[in-house]
Ligand binder design. Structure first.
Ligand code: KG4
Ligand code: ZN
Length: 373
């Protein structure tokens, strides 16, 4: 089953449109990303320290036609060459999701193409399959190169444990194969990325906090402050990051620095840089320790043969590195998306759309902010 898919992603603060060729079905899915366009709204939301839903909606409405035009370049026949359109229906911010859904519906109607809804979390889940870098800026639909790789299933080695960590979700899955999985546990409060963002705010670092904390942590000592490792010793596979975030708050307060909210001004950060670096490093280490301990314990309990890491927080190099080392020590294969596919993008939505087709899974074409995996 070979398909050329145009995918649209507007669940949060990135507007994404991608063109992806897929083939191989479930046994050996292969994706060629022809174009992966992302328009980030970070600068718009930064002054507010987080995503403002109304602004996100306004920006998606503005960006979608611009990105489509860019995708088409001067190839006005492009839309006639695609097989289907895919759009994220949830989870995410509903006003933002609706902009993508409505845009996709109009596009599908105008061009007489089928339209399917995609679960954003399945997008992250399958994003590690997007191994190829974007291949071309021209939009001729090409044939695939001769097949040399072994079938994916052989490389993947099931069962697998998937750790999906983003701004909205933290979930651990046991995957029997590419289409069957079970949720082992998830966060009881804040998602890992959300905790990064909130702690960054306390440290007067700009939004989004994850990359900023990672950068600052490089200058700090991860052992400087013994922040708690929430739920580390509990036998379940759930997570909790709210208490850890509160510990950072109390630590700062006891040092005489309460949140001063200057993250977006040009004023000097009142917290000394060495302290910001030590807190960043120690906080990041606490998050990584919990994520990795639970993932590896699940791998042991369920006899996993590989680990998959995905979601925006999977961009964190310290986490990637540490999990790779753990996998090597335990003789597990480690799969993680290329850097360009960790954060929200439409190429991963195309991949999930193709997998949905293969497993005959259908989502309603309406925004569902709370959709789970
Ligand atoms: O997957 P994503 O783009 O959007 C959601 O679906 O939520 O994830 C965004 C989250 C944000 O919370 C951001 O701070 C976090 O991923 N993030 C990181 C890093 N890059 C992005 N967290 C830690 N380290 C990073 N390098
Ligand atoms: Zn996401």
């Amino acid at each position: 089953m070979k398909k050329t898919i145009l995918a649209i992603e507007t669940s949060c603060d990135e507007t994404g449109i991608a063109l992806v060729q897929a083939e191989g079905g479930f046994s050996n899915p292969k994706f060629k990303v022809i174009k992966n366009l992302v328009s980030s709204q970070i600068k718009i939301h930064r002054p507010f320290g987080g995503v403002v839903p109304g602004l996100a909606k306004r920006e998606h409405l503005k960006n979608l036609p611009l990105l489509l035009k860019k995708l088409q370049a001067n190839n006005y026949k492009l839309l006639s060459t695609i097989d289907l359109i895919a759009v994220t229906v949830g989870p995410g911010l509903e006003p933002a999701l609706w902009t993508g859904i409505t845009f996709a519906q109009e596009l599908a109607k105008k061009n007489k193409k089928p339209l399917i809804g995609v679960n954003h979390l399945e997008g992250h889940l399958y994003s590690f399959l997007l191994t190829q870098k974007t291949v071309s800026s021209k939009f001729k639909v090409q044939s695939f190169p001769p097949e040399a790789d072994p079938p994916l299933a052989e490389k993947l080695l099931f069962p697998a444990i998937t750790l999906s960590v983003s701004g909205g979700h933290t979930v651990l899955l046991l995957m029997k194969n590419l289409k069957t999985w079970k949720r082992l546990g998830e966060t009881k409060d804040d998602a890992a990325g959300e905790a990064f963002d909130k702690v960054a705010r306390m440290l007067n670092l700009p939004y989004p906090g994850g990359p900023e904390i990672e950068r600052t942590a490089k200058k700090g000592n991860p052992k400087a402050i013994a922040f708690p490792r929430p739920m580390l010793n509990q036998k379940n596979y759930d997570f909790s990051f709210s208490g850890l975030k509160t510990s950072v708050f109390y630590y700062l307060r006891d040092k005489g620095y309460s949140h001063s909210g200057i993250a977006n001004s040009k004023k000097l950060n009142p917290i000394p840089y060495t302290l910001v670096a030590d807190i960043s490093a120690s906080f990041q280490q606490a998050v990584i320790d919990v994520l990795i301990a639970k993932t590896m314990r699940a791998a042991g309990e369920y006899g996993a043969r590989s680990i998959i890491l995905c979601g925006g927080v999977a961009a964190n190099k310290a986490l990637r590195k540490k999990l790779k080392v753990e996998c090597d020590m335990s003789h597990l294969t480690f799969h993680v998306p290329h850097m360009e596919y960790n954060n929200d993008n439409a190429a991963m939505i195309a991949a999930a759309a193709y997998m949905s087709l293969s497993r005959k899974k259908k989502y309603k074409l309406e925004a569902n902010g709370d959709l789970n995996i």
